[in-house]
Design a protein around this ligand. Structure first.
Ligand code: BG6
Ligand code: MG
Length: 217
C-alpha cells in the first residue's frame, strides 16, 4: 500500500529544463564556448554547483573560487529572469489530475527536488497548496543519486520509505529513489530511465485507476 507520493520538480511537474539550458548556454557563450541540448541532459537532477563544474569541464575552462562563485550567481540571476513570468500554462500535462486525486484521497504529497528555486516556482504555477512537505536544494547536503532528499521527504510525510512512490525524470533521481528503497517511476525516455521500476512518457499515460491501485494495494 503506497502512502506517500514524492514528485521531482524540474522535468516532472514543469518543463523548466529548457530555462536552465538557456541560462547555462548564455554563460557558456559568455565564456567563449558552446553548450548543446545533448550536453544539457547531463545537467538533469544535478545541483547548480555540480552543473557549473561540468560546464567548465565541457569548455575546458579553469576558474578561481571567486569566478566560480560569480558565475553561479550570474547563471541563477539569468534563470530567474526566465522563470519570472511562469504561470499555470507551464505545468506539464495531467500533473494536476494526479495531484488532485491524491489530495482527494488524503494521500500525503511531497516535493523532492535539487533546485533551490522550487518553492517560488510551485507558487507561480499555483500548485504549492497540494504539497504537505517541500524538500529541495536548500534542505539537503548530499545531491541525487544520494537518497537524502527522498528520505527526508518521507520523514516529513511520516511515511516509511518502502511505502513511498517517486516520480523522476533524471537518471540520478531514479537512482536516488531506488537507493531509498522507494518505488521509482521514471517520467520520460524509457531508454534513458531504464533503471526505474516503471516508466511513462508523461502523466497522460498514468491513469487514475493505476494510482488508485497503488494506494489500495
Ligand atoms: C534540478 C534540475 O531539479 O535542480 C537541475 O534538474 C538543476 O538541472 C538543479 O541544476 C538545481 O536547480 P537550481 O534552481 O537550484 O539552480
Ligand atoms: Mg528533474
Amino acid at each position: 500500500m503506497k502512502r506517500g507520493f514524492i514528485f521531482d520538480l524540474d522535468g516532472v511537474i514543469v518543463d523548466t529544463a529548457k530555462y536552465h539550458y538557456l541560462a547555462w548556454k548564455n554563460l557558456a557563450n559568455q565564456l567563449g564556448f558552446d553548450f548543446t541540448k545533448e550536453q544539457n541532459e547531463l545537467f538533469k537532477g544535478v545541483s547548480r554547483k555540480r552543473c557549473l563544474e561540468i560546464l567548465l569541464e565541457i569548455g575546458n575552462r579553469e576558474a578561481t573560487q571567486e569566478e566560480f562563485d560569480t558565475w553561479m550567481v550570474e547563471k541563477n540571476v539569468d534563470y530567474l529572469k526566465y522563470i519570472e513570468n511562469m504561470d499555470a500554462s507551464e505545468i506539464l500535462p495531467d500533473v494536476p489530475r494526479v495531484l488532485e486525486f491524491l489530495q482527494e484521497n488524503n494521500i500525503p504529497i511531497a516535493l523532492g527536488s535539487a533546485s533551490k528555486n522550487a518553492q517560488p516556482i510551485l507558487e507561480k504555477v499555483g500548485l504549492l497548496h497540494y504539497f504537505d512537505a517541500i524538500v529541495d536544494g536548500n534542505n539537503v547536503t548530499k545531491a541525487k543519486p544520494d537518497p537524502e532528499v527522498f528520505l527526508l521527504a518521507a520523514k516529513q510525510l511520516n511515511v516509511i520509505p518502502e511505502n513511498c512512490v517517486v516520480f523522476e525524470d533524471a537518471v540520478a533521481g531514479v537512482q536516488a529513489a531506488n537507493a531509498a528503497k522507494m518505488m521509482s517511476i521514471g517520467i520520460g525516455d524509457k531508454n534513458v530511465l531504464a533503471e526505474a521500476q516503471l516508466i511513462f512518457t508523461d502523466f497522460t499515460e498514468i491513469s487514475t485507476n493505476f494510482i488508485k491501485s497503488l494506494i489500495e494495494k
